[in-house]
Design a protein around this ligand. Structure first.
Ligand code: C2E
Ligand code: CA
Ligand code: CA
Length: 613
């Protein structure tokens, strides 16, 4: 505790002097001022008094018999407990105070005798005030140090906390980065990381022109089947097993990635030859054909692999992936479980398809389609009984484009739906017109339907609407559907066929014989006509099994109560044979190629005269 040195009451002053008169004078003077005063008659007494209680100030006579003031002062200054007590020396003027020594031993001031009371008080006050200030200073310094200590402690704690937080954040960051660059299921690198590494491989072959690398793009065939039939958990299990299997076939410097779904990519990050890479692809394909023993199932899987050899001709990693993807699709298209190496012609054909698709979208908007009509002749009276409506695309630059070139893409893109709807309306309109203007014999119209059209939920309503709008008698509409369409969408197709039958619309199975025939199933459906595919008609005069096929098909149709159209009749010979086999309807170049509506109208008038019997 710091004594309040300004409040004189509690201030203790020790006066040391061997002259009792001096002690008295000074004591009374200081006591009057409110100080508490102790007296010591010698140095030894003084030291004892100090030891008993520390005074705030000492007035110390220099000249004393047993121990002089300097010595007392020195002793006090050497003891850390007493060293700070201010000491004012007392000395008679004539005794000659050694000022240098006085200050040297640690004295704060001196007062000469005889005492001038004001001077004594002033010097005592000064020293006390100085001491007070010193102590205050010390206190402040202590406080400051304490604050610094506490603050330092706080900072240290905050620092530790911060370090922990940084550590946590770093861990989180690495985790996030891992997640951003890896596939959650297999833990393999994902597309992003693969592209990064591919870029590095590209950089390498750009600086070292003789080096190469390769990319294998792998897609499982019919993986969806596993997911759909055995469930997604089994699918996931299989994917992990595939990842392990692939991993085992690769070198440490190769990179295996999963792009999601059942797609994997491999970067063979070293110079290799095409032969090596195709061997690797073969090894992969073979490894995949051995069954995977999963938890509860044993699963077989096939894959298709697209291969790209990377060299300095490539500039962007995504071009490499694009080409690998193209090659993979080629592999898939040429049968399952194969690999294909990319060649630029593949890219060309992809580009062509893309262009066609864009053109086709425009064609739908701008109504670039027309219909041609090919007559169907009834051999019983050699009259035209109807026409098949065949779609043509009037391409602004390329002229007439045939359906073989665009129908498949129209189906894939769904564009066949609006196109097919237009075909149906246009064909019905035309047939209705022919029937209204030429009353002697009704003309039927055959319209080809695609699977997509049948799959539309409102297909029947569309047909109803078109028949009402065009006022065509439903009996004169024949819808041609291929076997495969019927078999693929079995239940839906059966319902629709029944609806159509109720309306007396005729159903014709198109391209009969080429598909996957399930005669008993077809028999259960309301089908009116079988249309025998052109290739059978053309092989009637060839050798081998095909020869008898047409005859069998015709008999079969008749047994099932259906009539028959023979398609693609080109020669008189074929016609004769068909007549002989009791085929009732024929269609083919022998009578006419598909022609526009105007020419078809003329044919209706002419044809029966020109058909030879
Ligand atoms: P498809 O239904 O089998 O049509 C018969 C195809 O055989 C037509 O080809 C026709 O021009 C051709 N053809 C007819 N007689 C002969 C012949 O004596 N010899 C030869 N070599 N060929 C003959 P096109 O017009 O090129 O049509 C091809 C296919 O495109 C059609 O085969 C059909 O599947 C599809 N298609 C045509 N129009 C449409 C349509 O409006 N909608 C849908 N979904 N498909 C259509
Ligand atoms: Ca047809
Ligand atoms: Ca056909």
């Amino acid at each position: 505790m710091t004594p309040h040195l300004t409040e004189s009451k509690s201030i203790d002053i020790l006066i040391v002097d061997d002259t009792p008169a001096n002690l008295r004078i000074l004591s009374s003077l200081l006591q009057k001022e409110g100080y508490s005063v102790r007296q010591a008659i010698s140095g030894t007494v003084a030291l004892n008094a100090v030891a008993a209680m520390l005074p705030n100030l000492i007035l110390l006579d220099i000249m004393m018999p047993d121990m002089d003031g300097y010595e007392v002062c020195q002793i006090l200054k050497q003891n850390p407990q007493t060293a700070d007590i201010p000491i004012i020396f007392l000395s008679a003027l004539d005794e000659g105070i050694n000022k240098a020594r006085a200050f040297h031993v640690g004295g704060a001031d001196y007062i000469t005798k005889p005492f001038y009371l004001e001077e004594v008080l002033a010097r005592v006050h000064n020293q006390l005030a100085l001491r007070h200030a010193e102590l205050r200073n010390l206190e402040l310094q202590n406080q400051l140090e304490e604050r610094v200590r506490v603050r330092t402690q706080q900072l240290e704690a905050a620092n530790v906390e911060l370090q922990n937080e940084i550590q946590e954040r770093r861990q989180l960051e690495t985790q996030l980065l891992r997640m951003a660059l890896h596939d959650g299921l297999t833990g393999l690198p994902n597309r992003r990381l693969f592209l990064e590494r591919l870029q590095q491989a590209l950089d390498r072959v750009h600086t070292h022109v003789h080096e190469t690398f390769a990319v294998l793009f792998l897609d499982c065939d019919r993986f969806k089947l596993v997911n759909d039939s055995l469930g997604h958990l089994v699918g996931d299990e299989l994917l992990m097993a595939i990842a392990r299997c692939l991993h085992n076939l690769l070198e440490p410097e190769d990179l295996l990635a999963r792009f999601g779904g059942d797609e994997f990519a491999i970067l063979v990050n070293r110079s290799t030859t095409l032969a090596h890479i195709t061997q690797l692809a073969d090894r992969i394909l073979e490894a995949l054909t051995t069954p995977f023993h999963l938890n509860r199932y044993e699963v077989f899987i096939n894959a298709s692999i697209g291969i790209v050899l990377g060299d300095r001709h490539y500039n962007a990693p995504d071009h490499i992936l694009r080409d690998a993807d193209t090659a993979m699709y080629r592999a898939k298209a040429s049968g399952r479980g194969q690999s294909k190496v990319f060649d630029p012609a593949m890219h060309q054909s992809v580009m062509q398809i893309l262009r066609l698709e864009t053109d086709l979208r425009r064609a739908v908007q701008q109504q670039e389609f027309i219909l041609h009509y090919q007559p169907i002749v009834d051999l019983r009276d050699n009259q035209i009984t109807g026409f098949e409506a065949l779609l043509r695309w009037q391409h602004p630059e390329r002229g007439i484009v045939f359906p073989g070139e665009f129908v498949a893409i129209a189906e894939e893109t769904g564009l066949i739906t609006p196109i097919g709807q237009w075909v149906l309306r246009e064909a019905c309109q035309q047939a209705s017109l022919w029937n209204r203007t030429r009353g002697d014999r009704p003309i039927s119209i055959s319209v080809n339907l695609s699977a997509r059209q049948l799959a539309q939920p409102n297909f029947i309503e569309q047909v109803d609407l078109i028949l009402t709008e065009t006022q065509l008698d439903p009996q004169h509409l024949k819808l041609e559907i291929t076997e495969s369409v019927i078999i693929e969408s079995a239940q839906a197709a059966a319902d629709i066929l029944l609806q159509l039958q109720k309306r007396h619309i005729c159903i014709c199975i198109d391209d009969f014989g080429t598909g996957y025939s399930s005669l008993s199933y077809l028999h259960s459906l309301p089908i009116n006509t079988l249309k025998i595919e052109r290739s059978f008609i053309q092989s009637m005069y060839s050798h081998g099994d095909q020869k008898e096929m047409v005859s069998i098909m015709i008999q079969l149709a008749h047994t099932m109560g259906m009539d028959v159209v023979a398609e693609g009749v080109e020669t008189q010979e074929q016609l004769n044979k068909l007549r002989h086999l009791n085929c009732e309807l024929v269609q083919g170049y022998l009578f006419s190629r598909p022609v526009d509506a105007g020419q078809a109208g003329l044919l209706i008038q002419e044809l029966h005269a020109s058909v030879s019997l």
